[in-house]
Structure formats: C-alpha cells, structure tokens
Design a protein around this ligand. Structure first.
Ligand code: CMP
Length: 145
C-alpha cells in the first residue's frame, strides 16, 4: 500500500538535515516534495492547532518558529508508520533508552526538542501536507521559498 505522510525537520535538528535525509532514503522512503521555510508563531500555532491548550503548546510553537524547518512529503509502502518507527518515541530521552538508533535518540534533546515531526494519522498527513505544499497562506513564509 503506497501512502504519503508529512515529515518535518525541526529547527533544533536543522544542522543534521543531511544525515536525516540520508536516513529517510536509506530506509526506502521517497521524498516527493521538500520545502524549507521559517514559520511565524501564528503559522506554527496553526500547524499544531490540535495541541492548542496543552501545557507544552507555547514552548512547542516558539521552538518551531525559532529557525528554519524542512518539510517533506514522504511516499512509500506504509510510509506513515515507517517514518514514525524511524523517529522513535516522542521524548528523545526515552528514545535513547528504547530505540537508540532512532532519529530522535540521535538528534533530539528532550520531549519538545525532539528533532523531527511525523503525522500521526492519515487525516493529519493530509492536512499537514496541505499546510506546507498546497495552502497559499504559506506563500508569506519568512526568508526561504
Ligand atoms: P511532534 O511529533 O512534532 O508532535 C507534537 C509535538 O509536541 C511533539 O512532537 C513534541 O515536540 C511536543 N510534545 C508532545 N508531548 C509533549 C510533552 N509531554 N511535553 C513537551 N512537549 C511535548
């Protein structure tokens, strides 16, 4: 089953973009679309709107707006699950114990600064892909086009 998911390298792992792209392609996932941009705080709040009201929301949205992100549409067999497996657990500290070779174990710091994002459902994958690659609003994105 070929499917599509949305991956995002967060500002805290931007310097490791090369290694992360290598990990994606080495694992047989295809990068169908890629975009580098810097989100404003309101754009980050829009992207993570399902987490609005949670205690970590302000920290999370500030982190995401703090520097460049690399958004990618990944394609492959079970791409959604496979990308989340490569990521490892949400918390980088937990990942270092449970999945030491995962991306978050290698490049993340803690629960918020966890290197990369992956869609958690087909519906979020669709919405998040639209956010970066279809919605015209992001034409206003700072610095990188
Ligand atoms: P991500 O895959 O981008 O999806 C939501 C993000 O919220 C998650 O990765 C973390 O960066 C952050 N997050 C989720 N749970 C927590 C938590 N308990 N404490 C701090 N940050 C969290």
């Amino acid at each position: 089953l070929q499917e599509t998911t949305l991956a995002m390298i967060k500002p805290d792992a931007f310097q490791h973009t090369g290694q992360i792209l290598e990990c994606i392609t080495a694992n047989g996932l295809l990068i169908k679309n890629l975009r580098m941009c810097q989100l404003s705080v309101p754009q980050a709040e829009e992207f993570y709107k399902c987490h609005r009201g949670k205690p970590f929301f302000p920290c999370l949205t500030q982190l995401i707006a703090s520097g460049p992100v690399v958004a990618m549409e990944l394609v492959g067999e079970n791409a959604l699950c496979r990308w989340r497996m490569l990521l490892g657990p949400t918390s980088a500290e937990v990942a270092r114990i449970k999945a030491p070779s995962s991306i978050r174990a290698q490049f993340g710091t803690d629960c918020t600064r966890n290197a990369c994002h992956g869609s958690d459902s087909h519906e979020s994958a669709r919405l998040e892909t639209c956010f970066f690659f279809i919605d015209r609003k992001l034409g206003m994105c700072a610095r990188f086009r």
